[in-house]
Write a protein that binds this ligand. Sequence first.
Ligand SMILES: *Cc1c(COP(=O)(O)O)cnc(C)c1O
Length: 213
Amino acid sequence: MPVNTLKFAEISKELIVKNTTLVAVSKTKPVEDIQALYDLGQRDFGENYVQELVDKERALPKDIRWHFIGHLQSNKVKMIAPFVALIQGVDSLKLLTEINKQAAKNNRVINCLLQVHIAQEETKFGMNEAELVEAKEKAANLPNVKISGLMGMASFSDDSSLVRKEFRYLHSLVGKYSFQGILSMGMSGDYEMAIEEGSNMVRIGSLLFGSRG
Ligand SMILES: *Cc1c(COP(=O)(O)O)cnc(C)c1O
């Protein structure tokens, strides 16, 4: 399926007005599709799989800002540490500590979002409130990571009041624990609601690149 450039233009325009960053989620899609959106001006791309991200980073322009948005295993951090722009979905202190170590080896500071578990499904990763507070405190002693905000994934549900409640909860944590900067929430099916509830970064895949089958 070709890239939906009309949809891209429409969403980009909408997001500029709303001061929201678009991360184009290109997981499983070929480099040609990423290049097509790059040629239209898109620079932020999100990937879920480490090896796939490494291969794409090699093949594509160097000014792309790569977001790792999947579940990251500690033993794979070193593969993306040299270039990753933002690791979304940091869901444990152990992972944060490993990112700090690998960032130091690369003489850089890596931007991270702490992922909060907001969905009903057990399968979605993320910290609870106590773990979030602990990670934020410990991060103060990790010079090579910067906590740039929060990320969350709402339930995969038709119940829009449930999804809205989850977004609202995540937004409430920003103020409660003074997380400044990025609030990454919202995907193809729920990004408009996420923005209404305070998101300033959305991660959109299938609307732009077609369904992943
Ligand atoms: C795949 C994925 C997305 C994009 O999902 P779409 O429904 O295709 O827009 C966003 N965020 C995360 C964490 C993902 O894994």
